[in-house]
Write a protein that binds this ligand. Structure first.
Ligand code: NAD
Ligand code: UDP
Ligand code: UDP
Length: 316
């Protein structure tokens, strides 16, 4: 049981989304008070339905592009659509969410003296020439393409975090999250893991974009959340950016084979055009996470996919 003195008041923006809901659950489980802020653009009430009656949990419907006045000790800033289908739906709003949202949350952190963590992304590396990606790599990002609203919005948010740190002495943490999957991914958000599982479960064709040879490295959600919490709890000298992801690298074709084999269906593979600026390869170098946070992932894709497929069986 926590005492008054060691119970933290924690704000999670984007708390009704895929990652945010797991984070709220973890923090409530640790005995903290959680304020979940979400505008429900991609988040769902069902993700947090089991927390709504908890005395330490509070839900606010709010858009982070507008100012927010609450009193908290820590802020996890996750609000932002993450799947290409959703962040490209209203690209101007995506950039506003990343940039105005960061400014408002940093202004809030400054006013109340809170520690603040930014959910940044491997997309800051763009279509990378360096492989695996280390935090020192500045990236290869198209500033005017269809992914730019997300990639450049997140890059600008990182800039704001480091300028509030240098200019105002804020305690900041920047996590560069690599592709993460698990229960509560939205079945229609178009990300590859959810798409393949839903297609296989329905016996529909599995859609491979391009040749299917492009690679991603997939991290199970429980591992990712543990990395974020460790980063928040690290000493003030650890600002990041820190890569958090699973270095196990797979081509989309390998992923499709694995999902089809696990689901046991007869879905055929169909090839569709590769969206523009789709990164060819992606794998995190996680030496910094290990060195500074003592963190490395523990759930292999094989295992994590089983849990994820079990979840999707209950909803599709
Ligand atoms: P998600 O779409 O499930 O969650 C995002 C949440 O933010 C949703 O609940 C959505 O309603 C909310 N939101 C969006 N715009 C908002 C606004 N203006 N005001 C308030 N709430 C808003 O996505 P996710 O996978 O849970 O991603 C969470 C965060 O992690 C995002 O910032 C994303 O960029 C980052 N991230 C995720 C991944 C991944 O693989 N899942 C990888 C890299 C970075
Ligand atoms: N802000 C907020 N909540 C707060 C404090 C500030 O949403 O508790 C917003 C505020 O509206 C401002 C932004 O954060 O637009 C940046 O605040 P900062 O103090 O850095 O800048 P300034 O108010 O001087 O523009
Ligand atoms: N992808 C695919 N089929 C799909 C959805 C995605 O082949 O039905 C590919 C996509 O082109 C990309 C990779 O899978 O190369 C990962 O896509 P996702 O949208 O999940 O994440 P991101 O591209 O943002 O890493």
């Amino acid at each position: 049981m926590r005492t008054y003195a060691d119970t933290k008041r924690i704000l999670v923006t984007g708390g009704a989304g895929f990652l945010g809901s797991h984070l709220c659950e973890r923090l409530i489980g640790e005995g903290h008070e959680v304020i979940c802020v979400d505008n429900f653009f991609t988040g769902q009430r069902r993700n947090i339905a089991h927390l709504l009656q908890h005395p330490n949990f509070e839900l606010l419907r709010h858009d982070v592009t507008f100012p927010l006045f609450v009193e908290v000790d820590e802020i996890y800033n996750l609000a932002c659509p993450a799947s290409p289908v959703h962040y490209q739906h209203d690209p101007v709003q995506t950039t506003k969410t990343s940039v105005h949202g960061a400014i408002n949350m940093l202004g809030l952190a400054k006013r109340v003296g809170a520690k603040i963590l930014q959910a940044s992304t491997s997309e800051v590396y763009g279509d990378p020439d360096i492989h695996p990606q280390t935090e020192e790599y500045w990236g290869r990002v198209n500033p005017i393409g269809i992914r730019s609203c997300y990639d450049e919005g997140k890059r600008c948010a990182e800039t704001l975090f480091f300028d509030y740190h240098r200019q105002h002495g804020l305690r900041i943490k920047v996590a560069r999250i690599f592709n993460t999957y698990g229960p509560r991914m939205h079945p229609a958000d178009g990300r590859v893991v959810s798409n393949f599982i839903v297609q296989a479960l329905r016996g529909e064709p599995i859609t491979l974009y391009g040749t299917g040879e492009q690679t991603r490295s997939f991290c199970y959600v429980d591992d990712l959340i543990d990395g974020l919490v460790r980063l928040m709890n690290s000493g003030d000298e650890v600002t990041g950016p820190v890569n958090i992801g699973n270095p196990g690298e797979f081509s989309m074709r390998e992923l499709a084979e694995l999902v089809r084999q696990k689901v046991g269906g007869t879905s055929e593979f169909v090839f569709e055009p590769l969206p523009s600026d789709d990164p060819r390869q992606r794998r995190p170098d996680i030496s910094k996470a290990l060195e500074y946070l003592g963190w490395k992932p523990g759930v292999a894709l094989d295992q994590g996919l089983d849990a994820t497929i079990d979840y999707f069986r209950t909803i599709v």
